[in-house]
Ligand binder design. Structure first.
Ligand code: CTP
Length: 416
């Protein structure tokens, strides 16, 4: 994704509190600045024990605010909080979260947070016992209810060497959340009559199974036929669903978009394996989002050992793979299904036929050109059709954004 398309010229207050992950904030500030955002760093007294203000000043190209009573600090906290598009605190310590919940303003950062009335994003990072402490759990719950946004810590090795939940998340995950708050939320509000929060609430009450990637049909132990699907569109859905609080399960065939690893996918190789794993994992799923590109055919008799180049010609016979969606539909009448189709011609006509034949709830169609637009690309342009015959076009935009828009159209009637 070209981050600058979404954050260029935006004003972001970047708060840093005193946690070992403070140094990771530097990468985040640097990425935002490179993308053309104006970043104003505010650091607590403890944060400057972990990373120096001079580092943050160099990266952000603005003076760093650390002191409440300097001339600069005094005026900035009022004027900045009025003009900033987003206020992020990363890392946010248990102490910072507790103070915001209680309305305590005893230093520059907490004072500015209290004075700020637009989007706040907190990235908690702390020892796992502190994160799981009922006080922290309750503070986060209360702040979520007040529409404060979070990117939660990941499970991994902590500063103490122990493995637990508390590790600072991937920078890309934080940047995607920033794009959601700065760009996607206003976009969806503009097309939905300000219903983004209702949309988010509905997504958080649903369970999704997303498939992605290209299956491989083996010819012999080292060769296979496959297609160029990268898994990027599927990743877009995984990110949007989890970011909006939805429940997510992922099954993937081969993919090149390694961000899919964030979601600990169940991995499969062939179309038949994909079908089997899907069948086993449909319990309690409300929506199946079938972004995977299964192969329609497999080799009739694949070779057990590597084929040697002894003959001048090699003929392979293919047999048809099952149509997974049709098979699933037979025994899952209540399941909601979103299908995809890459077409070269007559998009709407072919799309409507597939929607009916596979008894889908909705379908996303994208035109494939000889240069493979739509396949293994960052951006996608699609036509969305649902079974009530609502048709809309999503213009060429990054797949991460397409996913949010498609989710919105899937739930449009429920959102009202
Ligand atoms: N699909 C499936 N099982 C297959 C092939 C495709 O479930 N064996 C799913 C895809 O994941 C996608 C949808 O069906 O969500 C449409 O896939 P597409 O390849 O466009 O359609 P096909 O039914 O294979 O039709 P054709 O290739 O003939 O256009």
């Amino acid at each position: 994704m070209e981050l600058s398309n979404y954050v260029k010229g935006k004003k972001i207050i970047f708060g840093i509190t005193g946690g070992i992950a403070a140094y990771k904030a530097a990468n985040c500030v640097s990425a935002l600045r490179r993308a053309g955002a104006e970043v104003y760093v505010v650091m607590t007294k403890n944060a400057i024990e972990f990373i120096t203000p001079i580092t943050m000043k160099t990266l952000s190209e603005h003076n760093v605010i650390t002191d409440m009573f300097s001339d600069e600090g005094y005026v900035t906290h009022i004027s900045l909080t009025e003009i900033a598009d987003l206020f992020i605190v990363a890392p946010a310590t248990a102490n910072c979260i507790a103070k915001l919940r209680a309305g305590i303003a005893d230093d520059m950062l907490s004072t500015m947070l209290l004075a700020y009335n637009k989007e706040i994003l907190l990235v908690p990072s702390m020892n796992d016992n502190m994160f799981n402490n009922p006080a922290t759990v309750e503070n986060i719950q209360v702040l979520s209810n007040r529409n404060i946004n979070f990117v939660f810590p990941e499970t991994g090795k902590l500063a103490t060497g122990k493995v637990g939940k508390g590790r600072f998340p991937e920078i890309d995950k934080i940047l995607l959340k920033i794009v959601e708050l700065i760009f996607i939320k206003p976009l969806i509000n503009s097309i939905s009559n300000n219903k983004f929060d209702i949309f988010k609430d509905i997504i958080s009450k649903n369970s999704f199974l997303v498939t992605a990637g290209a299956t491989r049909e083996y010819i012999d132990p080292v060769r296979y036929i496959s297609n160029g699907s990268s898994g990027k569109m599927g990743f877009g859905f995984m990110n949007a669903i989890t970011s909006l609080g939805g429940n997510l399960k992922v099954i993937t065939a081969n993919y090149t978009d390694t961000r899919i690893d964030w979601f600990s996918p169940i991995k499969v190789g062939t179309t038949l394996e994909l079908k089997d794993r899907l069948m086993e994992n449909l319990n309690n799923i409300d929506w199946l989002i079938m972004a995977a590109a299964p192969s329609d055919y497999r080799i009739k008799e694949s070779y057990d050992s590597k084929i040697k180049k002894t003959s001048e010609e090699l003929n392979l016979t293919f047999i048809k793979n099952p149509d997974i969606l049709q098979e699933i539909r037979k025994n899952n009448k209540q399941l909601n299904i979103l299908g995809f189709a890459a077409e070269t011609d007559e998009l709407e006509k072919n799309g409507k036929e597939k929607l009916e034949k596979k008894k889908l709830n909705a379908i996303c169609l994208n035109k494939v050109y000889k240069d493979e637009k739509g396949f293994n690309q960052d951006k996608n342009e699609i036509i969305f059709i649902n079974k009530e015959n609502f048709i809309t076009k999503i213009e060429l935009i990054d797949k991460e954004i397409v996913a949010y828009l498609v989710l919105y159209y899937l739930f449009k009637d429920k959102i009202g």
